[in-house]
Design a protein around this ligand. Sequence first.
Ligand code: 3H9
Length: 714
Amino acid sequence: MNQAVTVSVDQGVALVTIDNPPVNALSPQVIDGLDDAIDQASRDASVHAIVIVGAGRTFVAGADIKGLEQLAWGSDSGAPEMHALLEKIEDTPKPVVMAMHGTALGGGLEVAMAGHYRVAVPDAQMGQPEVNLGIIPGAEGTQRLPRLVGLEKAIEMCVSGKPIKATDALNAGLIDRIVEGELAAGASSFAREVAARGGKHPKTRERQDKLPPRDAVPSMLAAGRELARKTRRNLEAPVAVVDALEAAATLPFAEGCARERAIFFELAKSEQAKALIHAFFAERGVSKVPGISKDTAAATIRLVGIVGAGTMGGGIAMACANAGINVRLTDATEAPLEAGLATIQKNYDVSVKRGRFTPQMVEERMARIAADVGYHDFDEVDLVIEAVFENLALKKEISTAVDTIAKPGAIIATNTSTLDIDDIAAATSRPSQVVGLHFFSPANVMRLVEIVRGAKTSPETLATAMAFARRLGKVGVVVGNCRGFVGNRMMFPYMYEAQFLVEEGATPRQVDDALTGFGMAMGIFAVDDMAGLDVAWRVRQELKQFSEPGARKPLVADRLCEMGRFGQKTGKGWYSYGDDRKPQPDPEVLALIEQLAVAGGIRRRSFTNEEIIERTIYALINEGARVLDEGFALRAADIDVIYTNGYGFPAWRGGPMFYADRVGLKEIYDRVATFHRELGQRWAPAPLLERLAKEGSTFKEFDRSRAGSLVGAS
Ligand code: 3H9
């Protein structure tokens, strides 16, 4: 017996425990261990039933994704060999009961479905999330799941990749019982019950009762493919998983398994799998920050004070309330405060309409948000988040004011997207407890938070901010304090380049279509209209002092603002908007662009989509390389996390830096160098891009080398 799987026998039940921290992933040791455990329990005449349970926080969270990563990059091994084990479990004459808690995901659920019975604690979750990694279930999940829950439900689960809760699983037939109280004890008593019943125990692979009649299959599959295309835009795996599920409904089990396996291996080596697996580990990697360890004391945040009840402050208040954290919300006068509260209530009402929350959940959340003019209770808060609009003088004034009221040790965070954290910290008596928390709008929805470390931010403050972001269910990425931090700093050249392209002859619609065709969630002009052109206008004014003399400046955006075209909120921006809020090209804007371009002596021509992508996305990458080189991002992978979670960059391309690696840094560098010659200084290749391109290296390699040198740094 190996250490990953142990067996103990008690009153006729063999309790098989999988213990492979952190999430009991299916390593070869776990698979061998389970195989041995089943043999041992089968041989033992005192054993009448077998219970398989996970130690620690969860049942099995799936195949080891590290192994799948190797497979994606060309290794022949890496995918667990599970067929023989699953067959052995299913063919065991003694009943095998799978006892689930935490998350039974991917290969974990596939193991569970080979058992004769499944039980789970009430808060357990089960799912086939493989499509989120660019693959499909590869251990017969697509063949067993529809036999347990029916084809329609299996399609829904496999296409969405979303886990379901225990009650849903019970109703669907995925589990046989919900166990209240101690899981192993409850599962063992259930196991004794079914053993005592005697007879044959159900083998999932032999079941037909949940499969639909042949003539109902085509319409279910068509609906599944439609669902995949609509809800998982550009992803290959959600469409492919329906092909594997089709096999379950139309072929004998063994042939269905063979079909699943073929699709699995084809996708496992795809570009999308490489990118999505990269994205998975990149997201987990951001919590590894030099100078911060598990021992760094993070304060518990019980009460948060938020200054500013506008879009950002209101969204942050909702994010806190959703996470069960009490909030004191304030603004300069009654009017904006009331308007802010009304917006929060309206947003929650929409959530109720959409079935996301019940009225009672909303009531609980609203009760967590106390609003008052002035800094009422701010002497009790553990964290103040200043979320007024982007004006340095105002932010400093507020920081100074809250600093005098907040208790010693309370953290002052500023929700700025561009301003200097050190300037703001200097306006307080506690610079080591000042940090930037750059939320993204809508803050109750968007997962990203840039956690900006100032020169004096203490490790404890940073650790608290990281834990706070996690508690809000967000991905907090620690970044350095530079203009625009990481995300917006990279955004400026990307946005400017898009604007230069329209001055040179492309249209906003063409640029946006090229970008969404590439996979961006939205085109940059549509984003600008949504965020409000006045926001960037204000930032441009605030940052005027930084503009480089002689640098080309966009001609159109300021003029649109002067015309009151602030985007969606005024019904007009780069596009115009009717009642359906869909962007429509506006001849007035097209004429203005042409007029300003001609007056500015800009030669106009047509562009291919490929040129548009190179000009915009390569601008992003070039600036990303500078940010990385200068140390404002810890890793290229952190930049990828920022862009896939906050800027609509497609995760299936891994993020801008991973995408650059896949295109090849030499090719990117060559294009950037050409643009430099043709378009001027703004395209000067980033030194890091040039170096890595010349060395034939990648950003991933750079991350690996830097990881070594950063360890223990502070
Ligand atoms: C699959 O099963 C294919 C099959 O069909 C079989 C094919 C033949 N492997 O997220 P956390 C690590 S595909 C390796 O921070 P949480 C993770 O990297 C798989 N490592 O915790 C992190 O490590 P570190 C299908 C894994 O509580 C640590 O565990 N399964 C795996 O917020 C903690 O993770 C999935 O897609 C893994 N499978 O969330 C599930 N899972 O501390 C993917 C986690 O070094 N996992 N780690 O940074 C998850 O969704 C979440 O991790 C989970 C826990 C919900 C389990």
